[in-house]
Design a protein around this ligand. Structure first.
Ligand code: 5RP
Length: 229
């Protein structure tokens, strides 16, 4: 395992240990939450826990099934606790997510959970958001118009292209992603709100004020940062 994967494994395991019997659990997307889902499945089996997962993507649905976690939907249950990864985290615990193009459902699941825990390796921490381009999910018909608006707002939008698939990435919802680089994002909440008012935008990857706890895997130890109330 690479050093980075060891850090992801460590935070995934720590988050899985926080889950309690009887809880409904939001299952995030990405390589870090992969470890969380795997360890949660092991706990469910070894401790005979009664836990249901609510996936945030086809990826997390498939991993949950492989791990033996029964799944349900937000139509059936409220979520007690959601665990998810992030692409960038600032000192206020604001996030940029959507590196896996799953941020629309992730935001729905993570924001509706009673508790939202983020698991990351140390490379994701930054003083201010803006190094990672903001993923913006748009309906395909809106491509030209939304790009123009984003450029007027000072962004540099790029249509995310598929790998081992010609043409653009198509999200789990059948849409496109515009990865949009902004300079340092001084006010994440304001930009998050403004982006979502553009017609044709479904959701953007800024998650301001949502995370309750961030678990950071470092080479020497694990940091746990709690939101100050
Ligand atoms: C998917 C996400 C992921 O949580 C984010 O990209 C982090 O992924 P990883 O743990 O693989 O670095 O937001 O849309």
């Amino acid at each position: 395992m690479t050093n980075m994967n060891i850090l992801k494994d460590n935070v995934g395991r720590m988050a899985a240990d926080l889950i309690e019997d009887g809880q409904i659990v939001g299952l995030g997307t990405g390589s870090t939450t992969h470890y969380f889902i795997k360890y949660l499945g092991e706990r469910i089996k070894n401790e005979e826990l009664n836990i249901l997962g609510i996936p945030t993507s086809y990826q997390s649905l498939i991993i949950a099934r492989e791990a033996g976690i029964n799944t349900t939907t937000l139509d059936e249950y409220d979520i007690d606790i959601a665990v998810d990864g992030a692409d960038e985290v600032n000192h206020n615990l604001d996030l940029i997510k959507g590196g896996g193009a799953a941020h629309t459902l992730e935001k729905l699941v993570d924001s509706s959970a009673k508790q939202f825990i983020v698991i990351v390796d140390q490379s994701k921490m930054s003083d201010e958001l803006g190094s990672f381009p903001v993923p913006i999910e748009i309906i395909p018909d809106a491509l030209r118009i939304v790009k123009k608006t984003l450029i007027e707002m000072g962004g540099k939008p790029e249509l995310r292209m598929g790998m081992k698939k010609d043409g653009p990435v198509i999200t789990d919802n059948g849409n496109f992603i515009l990865d949009t680089k902004f300079d340092i994002i001084k006010n994440p909440h304001q930009l998050e709100t403004e982006l979502n008012t553009i017609p044709g935008v479904l959701e953007n990857g800024i998650f301001s004020g949502l995370a309750d706890k961030v678990i950071v895997g470092k080479m020497s130890h694990i940091d746990v940062i709690n939101r100050e109330d």
